[in-house]
Design a protein around this ligand. Structure first.
Ligand SMILES: [Mg+2]
Length: 204
């Protein structure tokens, strides 16, 4: 065990706006991939990453990197991450992005983060199921738009925060959720206060 306070952060739809760009590309190019508008009909499923069958994987092979390079970092994400670093947290990006559709997912994400001046201590790619990696890396809090991921972490004693996006907002969860990065910062500060209170109570 280390004393490092490590915050895990997902990239797609957490650090940046992803599904908006994917949707735009599917609407633009989707009908080149099948006669029956398969991609457009399954747009929600595709944005949730639930299904990567033949046609979908052809589409991602062609456009994955182009789409990803256009994704905009969410408001205040950079400022909040810088602030967390100043507050003594370590920042790990943990993403499902992998070499399946990226030529080199690590290099791509590394460049993207640097280009957008996003601070981080570690970048871990190819992680579809984030429980193991969060356990191994001793993650204190994972911020992710995937409700399944957040619930699995919480069920296993790792704090998690659901970042609301256009594709998860209608789904219910027992996890805490936030709409923006300022709320992420407030959540972390509130948790610190709670911990201090518990420490004080223990002392008395
Ligand atoms: Mg995501």
């Amino acid at each position: 065990m280390t004393n490092d306070k490590i915050i895990g952060i997902d990239i797609d739809d957490t650090l940046n706006y992803s599904s908006e760009v994917i949707k735009e590309y599917i609407l633009k190019y989707g009908n080149n991939y099948s006669d029956d508008n398969y991609l457009i009909k399954n747009i929600d499923k595709i944005m949730r990453g639930l299904n990567f069958d033949g046609v979908i994987s052809l589409f991602f092979n062609d456009y994955c990197e182009e789409m990803a390079s256009q994704m905009k970092v969410k408001e205040s994400a950079k400022e909040v991450i810088d602030r967390l670093k100043e507050d003594g947290y370590k920042i790990y990006f943990i993403t499902a992005r992998s070499n399946k559709f990226y030529k080199n997912a690590y290099e791509f994400c590394n460049n993207y983060l640097n280009k957008n001046k996003i601070y981080f201590d570690k970048l871990i790619v190819g992680q579809n199921h984030k429980l193991n990696v969060c356990q191994n890396e001793n993650i204190l809090l994972m911020i992710d738009d995937s409700i399944d991921t957040c619930e699995r972490l919480k069920d296993n004693g790792i704090d998690s925060l659901v970042f609301n996006s256009q594709i998860n907002s209608e789904k219910d969860t027992y996890c805490d959720r936030v709409d923006n990065w300022l709320e992420v910062y407030n959540y972390i500060k509130e948790k610190e206060l709670e911990k201090e209170k518990i420490l004080l109570l223990d002392k008395n």
